[in-house]
Design a protein around this ligand. Structure first.
Ligand code: SF4
Ligand code: SF4
Ligand code: SF4
Ligand code: FES
Length: 973
């Protein structure tokens, strides 16, 4: 019998069912090998295991220790087969196929062997299947059935592990060693999938057991709670506590994580409309079945008691909130907006879209502003993170987006990470990157901090250019200087793909001796020979890929640095194929999408400029209203105009500007100046405390839509439960538009996407039907690229030829001096997400329940500060108080904190200094002084009393103990 498995599909794992486990990983050899299994002929790529070949031919061989995301281990022997001409009964998971092989998977001898194996396992296993949380989802149970186990001859009285103690230290999963069959899948998942190497098998033979770290509790080990081991475990040894408490799920829906820009796909496994667990989806093209602690476990915020469920209004921010129906709230908001425009003019109101909301929701908010507010006063939180990426990449490469897929990193030979901390901020991609590093790729990290990627297990020789904050542009120019002066450029690529005159001008600029590493050393603090070595490594690697984050963009020269990165990639020909490229790592789940959807005041969806009459004409025809040809206000301009009395009302969807924007006191002053602030959010966030209208938002579990991740990948978000407040966010915007007199009507977000596709050339081939068919789509998706575009700029750039940009280094205004001798830089931590509104309402608090100030031992000693002391951090903008953590991750002179807790006031000290082109704030460089203190700062005390007041007003006037009090104050109680 010939099996009709198309061998070409073996090379493209997308054709395989994500619901099946094929036993061992795919091999991508183009050489095909034909063999016969149980009389079925099949051809598979060379190197494929017999177990996988059988699975591809729909022949199921029993297995326990094998899984298709892990290299075969061959310990359980359950997958034994008989192979003609070979001695014994080899394990099919560790036996590669050979041409002409004839394999038998079922006969009496194999059945006996498998039953014996199962008998041994079961004799050391508690037979409490009926009350076991894995009942119905246990591979050991399934295999006992598959091999026809009927009796256990060894009895249960001998030595066993049945009284081994359970480790419940992790808030999300438990480890019950009495159920462990020592298959090592968990250990291999931690090593191979996650790359943390937190688990080992200790001891030998009967004594062997799984151990976390140095035989510690999971919470005390290096475990980062990604859950890969839990997913890999074939028994209930490692088990989600939610399943133990609630029981097995009964249906599932595939959706997309709402945390970071990796955009992992998940199966939300449900009982009715209650989520029991989130299981990373193997068919997810961004994550291939892996996840981090946030996406897998931190979903409880969606049903947290703090969720806003009823619309509320009030006349002024010192009054209690009044609960009203949707109709009254929308009418109240619309009347205020209309009255303000009538009094203060068309430009006096605006809206802010969110990178946490869907593309469809974001599109509608900017449409509301343009079509119903009749101005372009729309902006988005990307203003404060990746706006320089949009500007810099558009100017040089012609498109405001990263050039690659995440999978592309598996073909990179030299990986340069600039101003990004992937293990904390983009953890699933970091695991993939670490896999490539373990395979031998070179790593160059350009960052003031010694980030965890530099400590990747089983990777040696990483280069760390620990530059001073604020000197990125000097560094990128020095790297480029080495490339050009040492003749390491790709002349063919430059001649064919780049603008010649622009290149010549840039070449002359970059060859200036002021850019030589020896002359830049005094600026960056990085020894010249380190810079030369890094430049040579990147330029001479067959494939060099650059990944960067907010440590590039959030500077006064953020846009220059993005262009400097593009210059370097073009000069070395590292554009337009797999394994190379310029890759911004987007922070929030839909930063890329919120920019794509026209959130910026100067651009309509698809980065089409409002000043272009042809563009406006198309939107005017579709929307039936004239569109203002003048760019509107950016967020910082809105704040300034509010304080000046010209800007009076703001609609903010899903964004917490009071916590996330710099110079908090300035932001608060602006918000207090507004006559009408409308906040749509799932919680009473910091911004909502200044609001007059509260419109309850819906979480990602409660709505349909799409998110676009850092690879330009559009993923579907699917509703798994009804919205707690009765409306999805897009419906609220539609209601507001209608109440303002601008008619909007959609029955489903699919229709909004159809409208986006009709107006945005790079989305013209995107529809929900197409997304369901393909799983996900990387834009541009159009007639030329009907399945999307995994790698950009293969033949040419959207602007024809690549444009080199002159990137002169200009020192930041935020230079340290005698008054402020230290430089503060900010970042994220794995367990918390952005302003923390979601993760602070989950058990992720167990890892990080307060922001701390990391400082070098030398700086601490100078100030008499010990680990755990309270320290005041003072900048030109303000002062806050945090607990000190002594750490050598920063060089002397640099201090670091996170901004996940509002009471910490990290942004009280960040200043108005911003990127010259886009106004993106310079979060990464603030000159500060640090000193030991004993009480919260004045701002923190004021924050605390305002927080109490507002929580009281929310609950009908009662004073409340705020959950977001500054840690220094809590410690004083
Ligand atoms: S949860 Fe993740 S990091 Fe922790 S032991 Fe399991 S696989 Fe390793
Ligand atoms: S904990 Fe689970 S995956 Fe790990 S060795 Fe035991 S049974 Fe296997
Ligand atoms: S937070 Fe990011 S890496 Fe983690 S599961 Fe969600 S999308 Fe994936
Ligand atoms: S599945 Fe092959 S030896 Fe365990």
């Amino acid at each position: 019998m010939l099996h009709y498995y198309d061998p070409k599909q073996a090379l493209d794992p997308r054709h395989l069912s994500p619901e099946r486990d094929y036993g061992t990983p795919a091999r991508l050899s183009e050489t095909l090998v034909s063999l016969e299994i149980d009389g079925t002929e099949i051809s598979v790529p060379e190197g494929t295991s017999v177990l996988r070949a059988a699975a591809l031919a729909d022949i199921n061989i029993p297995k326990l220790c094998a899984s298709d995301n892990l290299e075969a281990f061959g310990s359980c022997r359950l997958c034994a087969v008989q192979i003609e001409g070979k001695r014994g009964l080899p394990a099919s998971c560790t036996t590669p196929v050979e041409a002409g092989m004839r394999v038998t998977t079922q006969n009496a001898r194999l059945a006996k062997l498998r039953r014996n194996v199962m008998e041994l396992y079961i004799s050391d296993h508690p037979l409490d299947c009926l009350t076991c949380p894995a009942n119905g989802d246990c591979e050991l149970q399934d295999m006992a059935g598959a091999v026809g186990l009927r009796e256990v001859r060894y009895g249960f009285d001998g030595d066993n592990h049945l009284d081994a103690e359970t480790d419940d230290s992790n808030p999300y999963f438990s480890f019950d060693p009495s159920k462990c069959i020592v298959c090592s899948r968990c250990v291999r998942a931690c090593n191979e999938v996650q790359g943390t190497f937190a688990l080992t098998i200790e001891g030998r033979g009967f004594e062997s057991k799984v151990a976390a770290g140095q035989s510690e509790a999971f919470m005390d080990s290096e475990c980062v709670s990604c859950g890969a081991c839990v997913q890999a475990c074939p028994t209930s040894t490692l088990m989600e506590k939610s399943v133990i408490e609630q029981g097995q799920p009964e249906h599932s829906v595939v959706t997309t994580c709402a945390y970071c820009g990796v955009g992992c796909s998940f199966k939300a496994e449900m009982q009715g409309d209650r989520v029991v667990r989130m299981v990373p989806y193997k068919g997810g093209d961004a994550n291939h079945g892996h996840s981090c602690v946030k996406g897998r476990f931190a979903f409880g915020y969606a049903t947290h008691p703090d969720r806003l469920k009823t619309p509320m209004i009030r006349e002024s921010i010192d009054q209690p909130w009044r609960e009203v129906g949707w109709e009254e709230a929308i009418a109240f908001a619309a009347e205020r907006l209309k009255a303000i425009q009538a009094r203060h003019g068309r430009e006096s109101i605006g809206g802010i879209t969110s990178s946490r909301c869907t593309n469809e929701e974001t599109y509608l908010v900017q449409k509301l502003v343009r079509a119903a507010f009749h101005n372009n006063n729309t902006d988005t939180c990307a203003r404060v993170c990746h706006s320089p990426t949009g500007f810099g990449l558009k100017a040089t490469l012609g498109e405001s987006a990263g050039t690659q897929t995440f999978d592309s990193v598996m073909k990179a030979d030299a990986i340069v990470v600039i101003g990004a901390n992937p293990t904390d901020a983009h953890p699933v991609f970091a695991s993939q990157m670490r896999k490539r590093l373990r395979q031998g790729a070179e790593l160059i990290v350009v960052d003031p901090r010694r980030i965890d990627l530099l400590k990747t297990p089983h990777h040696r020789g990483a280069q760390h250019l620990a530059l001073r904050p604020g000197t990125n542009v000097a560094m990128i120019n020095a790297l480029a200087h080495v490339v050009i002066s040492e003749g390491l450029e790709d002349r063919e690529f430059i001649a064919k793909r780049c603008d010649e005159s622009g290149y010549q001008a840039w070449r002359e600029f970059i060859l200036d001796p002021r850019h030589a590493p020896e002359n830049v050393e005094a600026i960056t603090g990085v020894p010249a020979e380190q810079v030369r070595r890094a430049a040579r490594t990147y330029a001479s690697a067959p494939n060099g890929a650059i990944y960067y984050g907010l440590g590039v963009t959030e500077h006064s020269q953020g846009s220059s640095m993005v262009m400097g990165i593009a210059n370097l990639a073009m000069a070395t020909g590292n554009i337009g194929r797999e394994g190379v490229g310029v890759n911004p790592l987007r922070g929030q789940n839909n930063v890329q999408g919120s920019c794509d959807m026209g959130s910026f005041p100067h651009e309509l969806p698809g980065y089409q400029h409002v000043a272009d009459p042809a563009v406006r004409q198309r939107f005017e025809a579709a929307w039936g209203v004239p569109i203002d040809d003048e760019p509107g206000l950016r967020i910082p301009n809105m704040f300034d105009a509010a304080i000046a009395g010209d800007f009076k009302a703001l609609y903010v969807q899903g964004e917490d500007i009071a916590q996330s924007d710099p110079n908090t006191q300035h932001v608060e002053q602006a918000l207090r100046s507004l006559e009408c602030l409308i906040v749509q959010d799932i919680f009473l966030n910091e911004t909502a405390k200044f609001a007059h209208v509260l419109l309850p938002g819906s979480s990602f579990l409660e709505k349909d839509g799409t998110f676009t991740n850092a690879e330009r990948r559009i993923n579907r978000v699917r509703k798994v439960m009804p919205p707690l407040a009765g409306k999805q966010d897009w419906e609220v915007t539609v209601d507001l538009a209608n109440a303002l007199g601008y008619p909007m009507h959609y029955d489903h977000p699919a229709q909004i996407m159809d409208e986006i596709a009709s107006l945005t050339p790079s989305f013209s081939g995107v529809s929900y039907a197409r997304l369901d068919e393909l799983g996900s789509i990387q834009w541009p998706c159009n007639e030329v690229h009907p399945k999307g575009t995994p790698t950009m700029h293969i033949e040419d750039f959207p602007i024809g030829l690549g444009q080199f940009a002159i990137t002169d280094y200009v020192a930041s205004d935020e230079l340290s001096n005698r008054r402020f001798p230290l430089l503060l830089t900010t970042g994220r931590i794995l367990s918390q997400y952005n302003v923390g509104a979601q993760t602070r309402r989950t058990d992720n608090q167990a890892w990080h329940d307060e922001d701390v100030l990391e400082l070098h031992p030398a700086d601490a000693e100078l100030r008499g500060v010990r680990d755990g002391d309270w320290v005041g951090i003072t900048s030109r903008a303000g002062q806050t108080v945090l607990r000190a953590r002594i750490s050598e991750r920063m060089p002397p002179g640099v201090v670091y904190t996170t901004f996940h807790h509002p009471g910490s006031g990290a942004n009280v000290i960040t200043t108005d200094s911003s990127d010259w082109a886009t106004n993106c704030p310079e979060y990464k460089v603030t000159a500060v002084q640090v000193e030991k203190v004993s009480q919260p700062s004045a701002w923190q005390q004021q924050f605390q009393s305002f927080d109490r007041l507002q929580l009281g007003l929310l609950r009908g006037g009662k004073d409340e103990a705020g959950a977001s009090r500054p840690p220094a104050e809590r410690a004083n109680e």
